[in-house]
Design a protein around this ligand. Sequence first.
Ligand code: SAM
Ligand code: DTB
Ligand code: SF4
Length: 322
Amino acid sequence: MPVVRHDWSLSEVRALYDLPLLELVYKAQTVHREVFQDNKVQLCSLLSVKTGGCPEDCAYCPQAARYQTGVKAERLMPVDEVIENATKAKEAGATRFCMGAAWREVKDGPQFDQVLDMVRGVKALGLEACCTLGMLSEDQAKRLKEAGLSAYNHNLDTSPEFYGKIITTRVYEDRLATLRAVRQAGITVCSGGIIGMGESIDDRCRMLITLASQEVHPESVPINALVQVEGTPLAGHVKKVEAMEMVRLIAVARILMPHAMVRLSAGRLQMTEEAQLLCMMAGANSIFFGDKLLTTGNPQYEADMALLEKAGVERLRPGEQA
Ligand code: SAM
Ligand code: DTB
Ligand code: SF4
């Protein structure tokens, strides 16, 4: 088994990132196969249960109320509608169901109770249940755990150094505190980030180093390429992410966090099929499927299934470990 380290230095990680691409992919694939012998890919489904109207100022996000992006603010979705979506996702092959809310933080009260009901319902279907609801207190994390939540997604998004350039309405330490609350409650941690926001390669490396420096590595690390949405401050002002950059970062994430599920998340719509397969070679073992992410597009379901079929990529089945 690969050694699990928590003390990666920037120079070490940068040296990995800068390796000749095929060398890097080979290294990552070697680590990957030691841990995930079956080499299967997990299909995850994503649902926005509370869309838009968010008070935060995340410069990438179409759901921030302050940007004119055409995303309409909606109310929290009724529980039965969520369960209906989860049932369909399960039938389509999902083994994990992630519910996202455009909130700065969770507030106790009827809305949180409603989310707890969603979690119970999704778990009852035999799916892994994941939520991403913003900041969380220790007590709220405990209640989510009691409801059966499998994982909580809370992205660091970028390096501590670059964070202030993207978000000013909260600080990096707030994110880390939520991750600690999640860990303490016994919920698995899903945390990753976005590339293509104008950050440097070193920033990308420092983000992964921060994730890997936690006492227990996140069980799940989503890597997103920025989806540029008109009306957000970043749209039109940053260079488009090249597929090779995704491949490199995924490979480095795989090497730093050998046991994590590394998720090729937002940005697949802009990638060729070959590039997506290269990401899987580099250690990505999960994708979000379905025609929509939270508010932006994702490849068509049929196209994804055809790709997996063509390439002979095996999917994780319900109850199966990766
Ligand atoms: N409001 C909660 C929060 O910020 O933690 C949960 C929902 S938020 C939409 C979840 C994550 O989606 C963000 O942390 C960010 O990493 C990702 N995201 C949002 N907009 C994106 C975009 N335009 N491109 C890529 N990823 C994006
Ligand atoms: C993550 O890292 N990526 C997903 C999930 N976690 C919640 C969200 C991607 C959102 C992309 C922009 C949108 O569709 O609104
Ligand atoms: Fe709100 Fe989350 Fe979007 Fe930031 S990323 S604006 S917190 S929904």
